[in-house]
Design a protein around this ligand. Structure first.
Ligand SMILES: Nc1ncnc2c1ncn2[C@@H]1O[C@H](COP(=O)(O)OP(=O)(O)OP(=O)(O)O)[C@@H](O)[C@H]1O
Ligand SMILES: [Mg+2]
Length: 228
């Protein structure tokens, strides 16, 4: 069964005096364990589409189903619950707390988790992920002293620390060099293959998109399958 279902979703914004049609009548499904890429030029609506999928913003029209539940109709409290339960969101600008350490940042979502684990269990999970992403030695560092690529990997760990089923990643390799980009994509691929996580990646990088099961192109808010 599809874990995510987007049905005829549109979203526009009012910018001064004119309307921006950021997402136009988009429909697609993503199955559990599938990894899909969304590519497209700057301003084509990629972040808006991820925000709609992750029920951060509401569509003007159309429906979004998460695990069979119609999220687009829910009240704020329900949306919030579904969002925390299902989605790990790696946002485009990382949104880390600069004055805190990497570990403190990673632990933030665990404060809001309904299924809390012990501090020891969290540390074990985080150390394991950090090792895979080759960032272990930076967990105690203050974020403001980390490089862009290091921040990116910290943000990724934070986004999945609660073991959410769906990972939304907005340019997760945007500030990484080739080697680190590979580490991150291989890790996301492993989460999809071995742990049946569903991954939606927005990327400008075709070599990243090629690691995915399917690629979509978003152009001026219109989504079409992309053939390599
Ligand atoms: N809150 C908003 N208010 C007004 N316009 C917005 C808003 N959010 C997005 N837009 C506009 O909607 C369009 C799509 O924006 P979006 O951020 O989704 O693009 P993107 O594909 O993610 O671009 P990039 O690759 O540069 O990140 C742009 O024209 C943008 O200016
Ligand atoms: Mg964007």
């Amino acid at each position: 069964m599809e874990l995510l279902s987007v049905r005829n979703v549109s979203k526009s914004f009012k910018d001064h005096n004119y309307k921006v049609h950021a997402v136009r009548d988009v429909s697609f499904d993503v199955h559990q364990g599938e990894m899909v890429a969304i590519i497209g030029p700057s301003g084509s609506g990629k972040t808006t589409l991820l925000n709609l999928i992750g029920i951060v913003i509401s569509p003007d029209s159309g429906e979004i189903y998460v695990d069979g539940q119609k999220a687009s109709d829910m009240n704020d409290a329900m949306r919030c619950r579904i969002r925390n339960q299902y989605f790990g969101y790696i946002v485009q600008d990382f949104a880390l707390i600069e004055e805190d350490t990497a570990m403190q940042n990673i632990l933030v979502p665990t404060l809001y988790s309904k299924h809390k684990k012990s501090a020891r269990e969290y540390r074990e999970i985080i150390n394991n992920m950090a090792e895979k992403m080759q960032i272990s030695e930076k967990l105690k560092s203050t974020v403001k002293n980390l490089s862009g690529g290091e921040r990116q990997r910290v943000a990724i760990i934070r986004s999945i620390v609660n073991d959410q089923k769906i990972i939304l990643a907005d340019e997760p390799t945007g500030s990484l060099d080739k080697d680190n980009s590979k580490i991150v994509i291989n890790y996301l691929r492993e989460l999809a293959d071995d742990f049946k996580k569903t991954v939606v990646i927005v990327t400008h990088d075709l070599s990243v998109a090629r690691q995915c099961d399917r690629i979509f192109n978003l152009d001026d808010g219109i989504l079409t399958p992309f053939k390599l």
